[in-house]
Design a protein around this ligand. Structure first.
Ligand SMILES: *[C@@H]1O[C@H](CO)[C@@H](O)[C@H](O)[C@H]1NC(C)=O
Length: 481
C-alpha cells in the first residue's frame, strides 16, 4: 500500500457513505460471492524508469490499452527501463515460468507521462504491434514478424521491424493516446487523438491484410457547453474511458468531455477539473457509423466536423448516459468493459455532491472525497451504483469482467472491490486489501487473461523519490475460488 493512506479514515469514509442504489433489488445472500486470492508477485524489472510528470509515470497509465495482454500461449507486458529503453517481456501462461525480456531499439524521447507504450495483436497474421512515445507528436511504431503470437518466429528483437514514425508508411501526424483495439475478424484498429486537450478529436486507423489505412476523425471539438455558472465554452475534447468490441462485433465507446483551458471560466473555482458528463456511443460497422443508444446516427467517421454536426459532438442528442457538471472533479480515461452478453459497463469516479458542489482543488479533493461509480446498461436502462470505498487517490480504477461476468474494480492502491453478475452487480464489497501492491499512481490489468483463464494480472510500479528507478511488478490473483 502507498504510505499516505490512513486506513482508519478510509474505513470511516466508507461507513459514512450510504451506497446509492437506483432501481435494483438487494442481492440474495445465498449467491456465491466473487473472491480474489493472491497467487504470486513477480518483478518485471527491478529498475523501471521513474520520472513523474502530470502526476504520472511513462509506465502504468489507465489509458494504455494495453500495457499487459494475453494471446495464445503467452502473456505480454511493456514498460520503459531505467535507461529509457522500451522493453517487452512475455511468459507462458501454462505455468509460473520466468519473464523473457526483449529490449526494443527505442528509448523514450521525452520525459512525459503521456508517452506510454501500447500493445496490440492482429490475430489473423499473428503479429504483435507496439506504438509508443507520443504527446501531440508523431508516434513510434513497430511490429513483429507474422506468426510471432503463434510461436512461428523466435521471441527476439530480430523478429521485430525497425522503429518507424508512421504505420508502415501511413502518416498520422501528431497524436496522443494511441490505443489498440482488436477487431472481431482478427484485424486491429488504432484509436488516437489529434489536436490538444480542450480542442482535440478522436480518430481511427485500421490494419487488415492489405495493411494500415486511416479511417479518419469521428469526434468533434465543436459546439457550445453552458456551465452551471452560466458561462460558456466552445471547444473541448472527448476522453475515452475505453473503446472495444463485444463478442457479437459491436464496437463500444464511453467517454467524458473536457472543456478547453479558456473554458476554465466554466468552473466554479479555478482549482477544478473541467471534465463533465459520461457519454456512450456504439458502432455496428467497425467504427464507420456511430449511434447513440436510441439507434440514431451520432456521427460518421471521416466526415466534416462542421455544418450538420456529423461527427460525435457535445451537441449530439441523447449521448449523455450519466449527467454531471464540471464542478465534481470527474476524472477522464477511467475504465470500460463489455460483458458476455454485450452489455456495456463503465467505471467513473468523482467527488459526490454530498461533500461539495464546488471542487476547488481537484487533486486534494479527489484524494479525500472521490468515490468510484459503476454504470451498467441493463434492459431497463442505465443504472449507477456508488462503490462502498473511496478511491483514496488522485488516480484511476480499472474495471474488468471475469468469464462469468462478475465485475472486479482494481483501485489505484491495489485494493480490489467486486460485484457478482448473479446479483446484477449490486453486491459490491472489498475482496482484496491491496497489501501486496505498492503502486505509484494507479494499476493496470490484463483484461484478456481474466476472461481466458480466470487469472487477474495487475501491473504496477512502486513509488520512489526523485528520478530513482523503482520495481515494476505483475501481481497475479486467482478469482472466484
Ligand atoms: C491542492 O492540494 C495539494 C495537496 O494535496 C497542494 O499541494 C496544492 O498546492 C493545492 N493546490 C492549490 C491550488 O491550492
Amino acid at each position: 500500500m502507498g504510505g499516505v493512506i490512513d486506513r482508519r479514515s478510509l474505513l470511516l469514509g466508507a461507513a459514512a457513505a450510504a451506497p446509492l442504489l437506483l432501481g435494483a433489488a438487494p442481492a440474495p445472500a445465498a449467491l456465491a460471492a466473487p473472491r480474489a486470492r493472491l497467487l504470486r508477485d513477480t518483478v518485471l524489472d527491478p529498475t523501471g524508469l521513474y520520472e513523474v510528470t502530470y502526476s504520472g509515470l511513462p509506465n502504468v497509465a489507465s489509458f494504455q490499452q494495453d500495457a499487459i495482454l494475453t494471446r495464445g500461449a503467452y502473456q505480454y507486458a511493456a514498460w520503459y527501463a531505467a535507461d529509457r529503453s522500451a522493453t517487452l517481456a512475455r511468459r507462458a501462461i501454462s505455468g509460473p515460468g520466468p519473464w523473457e525480456r526483449v529490449v526494443l531499439p527505442h528509448r523514450l524521447s521525452a520525459v512525459d507521462s503521456h508517452n506510454t507504450i501500447s500493445l496490440g495483436v492482429s490475430r489473423s497474421d499473428g503479429r504483435l504491434h507496439v506504438v509508443m512515445d507520443a504527446h501531440n507528436t508523431r508516434a513510434y511504431y513497430l511490429r513483429s514478424a507474422a506468426g510471432l503470437i503463434d510461436g512461428g518466429v523466435p521471441w527476439a528483437v530480430g523478429s521485430f521491424s525497425a522503429v518507424q514514425r508512421t504505420l508502415e508508411g501511413v502518416e498520422l501526424g501528431g497524436i496522443t493516446y494511441p490505443q489498440f483495439v482488436d477487431t472481431p475478424d482478427g484485424g486491429l484498429q488504432l484509436s488516437y487523438r489529434t489536436g490538444g486537450s480542450g480542442g482535440g478529436v478522436n480518430e481511427l486507423a485500421e490494419y487488415t491484410p492489405a495493411g494500415w489505412a486511416r479511417l479518419g476523425a469521428w469526434t468533434s471539438a465543436a459546439g457550445r457547453y453552458t456551465a452551471p455558472n452560466g458561462r460558456t465554452s466552445d471547444s473541448r475534447n472527448m476522453y475515452l474511458h475505453g473503446i472495444g468490441y463485444d463478442a457479437r462485433g459491436r464496437l463500444h465507446a464511453s467517454f467524458t468531455w473536457r472543456e478547453d483551458a479558456a473554458g476554465g471560466v466554466v468552473l466554479c473555482s479555478p482549482g477544478g477539473l473541467s471534465n463533465h458528463d459520461t457519454g456512450y456511443v456504439h458502432s455496428d460497422d467497425r467504427g464507420r457509423t456511430w449511434r447513440t443508444q436510441d439507434g440514431a446516427v451520432a456521427g460518421v467517421t471521416g466526415s466534416a466536423s462542421t455544418g450538420s454536426g456529423r461527427r460525435v459532438a457535445w451537441t449530439t442528442p441523447n449521448h449523455v448516459v450519466d449527467p454531471l457538471d464540471v464542478n465534481h472533479a470527474l476524472i477522464n480515461q477511467e475504465s470500460q468493459a463489455v460483458d458476455s452478453t454485450g452489455r456495456i459497463h463503465i467505471l467513473i469516479s468523482y467527488v459526490p455532491g454530498r461533500f461539495t458542489q464546488c471542487v476547488t482543488n481537484f487533486t486534494a479533493q479527489r484524494i479525500s472525497f472521490a468515490y468510484p461509480f459503476h454504470l451498467v446498461r441493463l434492459a431497463t436502462g442505465w443504472r449507477k451504483i456508488e462503490l462502498p470505498e473511496r478511491v483514496a487517490a488522485f488516480g484511476r480504477t480499472r474495471l474488468v469482467l471475469a468469464a462469468n461476468d462478475d465485475a472486479y474494480a482494481v483501485l489505484p492502491d491495489g485494493r480490489i472491490l467486486a460485484a457478482s453478475a448473479a446479483s446484477t452487480w449490486t453486491d459490491w464489497r472489498r475482496v482484496y486489501d491491496g497489501a501486496a501492491i505498492d503502486a505509484f499512481g494507479e494499476c493496470v490489468v490484463d483484461a484478456s487473461r481474466l476472461r481466458s483463464d480466470g487469472l487477474l494480472s495487475v501491473l504496477s510500479q512502486e513509488p520512489s523519490t526523485g528520478t530513482t528507478p523503482s520495481p515494476v511488478h505483475v501481481t497475479d490473483f486467482r478469482l472466484g475460488e
